[in-house]
Design a binder for this molecule. Sequence first.
Ligand code: SF4
Ligand code: SF4
Length: 310
Amino acid sequence: MTPKELSALVNSEALALGFDYVGFSKAEKLEEESFRLENWLSAGHHGDMLWMEENFDKRTDPRVLLPGSKSVISLMLNYYPEEKQKFAEPKISKYAYGRDYHKVIKSMMKKLDVQLRAKVGDFVSRSFVDSAPIMDRAWAERAGLGWIGKNANLISRKSGSFFFLAEIVCDLELEYDSPIKDYCGTCTKCLDACPTRAIESPGVINSNKCISYLTIEFKGDLPVSYRKKMEGWAFGCDVCQDVCPWNRLSKSQSKFPAKEQVINNDVKTWLEMDEKSFNETFAGSAIRRTKHSGFKRNLEFLRSAQDLSD
Ligand code: SF4
Ligand code: SF4
């Protein structure tokens, strides 16, 4: 098969399995992105995520991650939920309403791998869903699936930014796509709306100030000065995506139906949930990432802000 035919095959198989968008880029060093990542790390914007300092070469060059690789296949899967949370607090990031995306996407990628091998024979590849040192947004941008906005998310001109990203690094030679231009223009809605001013400059997020990092990755006591800035977020934060005009194009999907508790529970009901029922309720959910203790810490932080305003 020619690279063009191979790309067309991967595209049609991936779309048939339910992925929303597919794009192709040449496996090579991400020069500009390496420079930006280095600056971001030296500024300490990664907070306690020290693992981000590791594997710099692998992170910035897929040929180090998988020797002999020639191409990166980028895949996008919509997670914009149909359901809306009933209460203003506690807010949970939309990507975590339903089943853990790692499991769903890994299973879709496994099927894609089997189907491709049946048609093109054996090839060398590795698949990634948020699971290895790979700069997923940079690859999706190179593959022309969107641009990285001032909120640092990959934005599709057709459907906004509520998408999971996944990649296959492989030794297949494919026909490559071209990047598109940046359509943020003069808009600054995400910078203006960020409750903690975590977007320090276009595309540069200081994790130490970001509610998403603080409520999920950060393990210590939440900074008291942020008590009134959380805007009800208890797991992640969607503000910089919710205000993005491109997300008016988001269409809801049914692959990740929301858990009933995510939609209907208020802060009090959540706080009454013990560790056992938390673990049972969120078996196979991304919310387990904070563990019961982390989720409770976030809820109590919200409650303490409520007490201040009473
Ligand atoms: S996720 Fe929330 S806190 Fe983080 S940059 Fe976006 S708006 Fe700001
Ligand atoms: S809100 Fe505006 S500036 Fe921010 S990412 Fe969206 S289009 Fe770009």
